[in-house]
Design a protein around this ligand. Structure first.
Ligand SMILES: Nc1ncnc2c1ncn2[C@@H]1O[C@H](COP(=O)(O)OP(=O)(O)OP(=O)(O)O)[C@@H](O)[C@H]1O
Ligand SMILES: [Mg+2]
Length: 264
């Protein structure tokens, strides 16, 4: 890696603009993502989150502005960008007919890894999928598929991982499983940029949160910084009611997240 790349933030976005015909989706988006951090891009349906991720992963060209990943410009150096990243799209990309292990081995071969089988076994263990590894993915729950997806994204040790809505459509327990897997990613210095529609996901996972609205970043900061944007809450004495999520988790159980779910 050249010295300029090592010193650069993992992701740098400046003045990014993108329209689809008359629809102006991005109107000047700016943000940086520090190396080894989790950055959440939060926004409602249609805000342009996937558009940003697709530009950063070189799948889509911006109309104006600049974006660099790992110090490499996405427009002028797309090959170096692709070598630095992995993308887990909004919809799981695992092959249903293959087993979990076969999916991992296939991707490891495609990425020219020296020991595909050993790598697959290590990843299955890391994502609590060892028992399920020999089963076809068609029998997996949503959370297991997502964990497999994330495991696949780690093959080849990309330094920046994009996760587009990693938990949309998952039940609360599966979300917790995926959150644990995502937190695990940054332990060895990987940078994660994830998109989400839910505040609590950003709150639980991210070091920094940026809110994308009307084509621009509305706010960008740590959770504490974002909370300080609002006046302090009034102190009120109320009986604390459990949230629906508390009730769901109490009934469905969260006791051992490493356990895979039994399926018929
Ligand atoms: N290829 C395309 N052609 C035309 N319009 C598009 C295209 N891709 C996205 N759009 C539109 O651009 C806007 C932003 O889409 P994008 O998928 O980036 O939003 P998003 O924030 O990822 O939304 P979601 O939360 O639903 O995934 C939407 O209005 C969408 O309909
Ligand atoms: Mg999207």
């Amino acid at each position: 890696m050249p010295p300029t790349a090592a010193a650069a933030p993992a992701v740098r976005v400046r003045g990014l603009e993108k329209s689809y015909k008359e629809l102006e989706v991005l109107r000047g988006v700016d943000f940086d993502v520090d190396r080894g951090s989790i950055f959440a891009l939060l926004g409602p349906n249609g805000a342009g989150k996937t558009t940003v991720v697709n530009i950063l992963s070189t799948l889509l060209a911006a109309d104006a502005g600049a974006a660099a990943v790992n110090g490499f410009d996405v427009a002028s150096d797309p090959d170096r960008v692709r070598e630095s990243i992995s993308l887990t799209g909004q919809f799981a990309a695992v092959d249903e007919v293959l087993t979990g292990r076969e999916n991992l081995v296939l991707v490891a071969r495609l990425r020219h890894q020296p020991d595909p089988g050993g790598l697959a076994d290590g990843l299955l263990a890391r994502f609590s999928l060892t028992d399920a590894g020999s089963r076809r993915v068609a029998t997996y729950s949503g959370g297991m598929r997502r964990r497999l997806d994330i495991a696949m994204s780690l093959i080849g040790q990309p330094s920046v991982i994009f996760l587009d809505e990693p938990t949309t459509g998952l039940d609360p327990q599966a979300r917790l499983e995926v959150w644990a897997a995502v937190r695990d990613l940054v332990h060895n210095g990987t940078t994660v940029l994830l998109t989400t529609q839910t505040l609590d996901e950003a709150e639980h996972l991210a070091d920094r949160i940026a809110i994308l609205k009307d084509g621009r970043i509305l706010v960008n900061g740590t959770l504490d910084e974002l909370k300080r944007l609002l006046p302090p809450a009034k102190v009120e004495y109320v009986e604390k009611q459990p949230t629906l999520e508390d009730v769901f988790l109490a009934l469905v159980g969260t006791e051992d997240l490493s356990k895979t779910k039994d399926l018929p």
